[in-house]
Design a protein around this ligand. Structure first.
Ligand code: GLU
Length: 313
């Protein structure tokens, strides 16, 4: 009996020790009607269930620029972020002008994030330039949306003084559009994002094509921009394939994330690829190429190890 008690005590100690060995990491995502939030949540579940001593939790945030800054400040361990924002942070450009963050690392590349420009059908906006004179939401400060729209404005030789800008959060912009308080809103988000699906299915609004030569020039200049095709029928009233300029989503951290932890996260995702791809339609067609191209910042050494082991890198 005494022996049993001491075995049980040893077992209890071992379990307590194991629980102690858990590392808690927080993932910054985006608004709850976006794609980052469900993708972050499901990634957390896959990694937590892999039993590798990691406990990931998700936070809704203002978006990419906030996320990268919070990783830098140590308030977040991991985050989803746009490829253009990662590039600019790493190189000290745009929102990070003159203040490069060389500790930023990419864990893996994810889904394309086309720029969705959604306008009232009677606003007469058929292309980017037509936003001139309109009331348009270009994203909250801290979002990747605002960052990308500002780069697009520059490419068209336009500025925020050419229209009436609003800086709404992605979760609130659709209601403003529905109520006629704005003519259009921009949202850089994965294909099939809930916010865009809902508003296009229930209001007299449409997506505006974004494939002008000005945007082609941006893509030629910077590898983290790309065109994406939104298949016909993805959104309400969208009968044809639609080409949209945009960026891609990345899973990022800082060099402070240990090599073993970065390795464990990527390995858990690769080992459960089917479950991962089933999380959201935006991830359904991810290829090995998507994980590793157009990253904008260096790959984390632990991620590199996991991708090499899987024969992908
Ligand atoms: N790309 C958006 C941003 O960085 C967020 C998209 C999402 O939440 O899915 O602001």
């Amino acid at each position: 009996m005494k022996r049993l008690v001491s075995i049980l005590a040893a077992l209890a100690l071992a379990i307590a020790g194991a629980a102690h060995a858990q590392t808690f990491l927080t993932i910054g995502t985006g608004g709850v009607t976006g794609v980052y939030y469900p993708v972050g949540g499901a990634t957390a579940r896959i990694v937590n269930e892999a039993g590798v001593g990691l406990r990931l939790t998700v936070e809704s945030t203002g978006g990419s620029v906030f996320n990268v800054s919070a990783i830098r400040g140590g308030q977040l361990d991991l985050a989803l972020a746009q490829s253009d924002v990662a590039y600019q942070a790493f190189n000290g450009e745009a929102a990070f002008d003159g203040d490069p963050y060389d500790g930023l690392r990419v864990i893996m590349g994810l889904h394309p994030e086309p720029m969705h420009l959604v306008c009232q059908n009677d606003a007469g906006v058929e292309g980017f330039r037509d936003i001139a004179g309109k009331r348009v939401s270009i994203g909250n400060p801290g979002s990747g949306i605002l960052n990308t729209v500002q780069a697009m404005l520059e490419a068209y030789g336009m500025s925020e003084s050419d229209f009436t800008p609003e800086y709404l959060r992605a979760a609130e912009a659709p209601d403003f559009l529905r109520d006629g308080r704005i003519d259009c809103f921009f949202y850089t988000v994965g294909i099939g994002g809930a916010a865009i699906r809902d508003i296009t299915a229930t209001a007299d609004v449409s997506l505006v094509p974004l494939a002008d030569p000005e945007l082609e020039t941006m893509i030629e200049e910077f590898p983290f921009y790309a065109f994406a095709t939104v298949p016909a029928g993805t959104y309400g009233g969208q009968d044809e394939d639609l080409t949209l300029f945009g960026v891609k989503a990345l899973f990022v951290s800082s060099t402070d994330l240990s090599e073993d932890n970065a390795y464990a996260i990527v390995k858990a995702v690769l080992d459960n690829l089917e479950a991962f791809q089933a999380i959201h339609p935006a991830l359904a067609n991810l290829t090995a190429e998507d994980f590793l191209s157009g990253l904008g910042a260096p790959l984390h050494a632990g991620a590199e190890r996991a991708f090499s082991e899987a024969g992908l890198y």
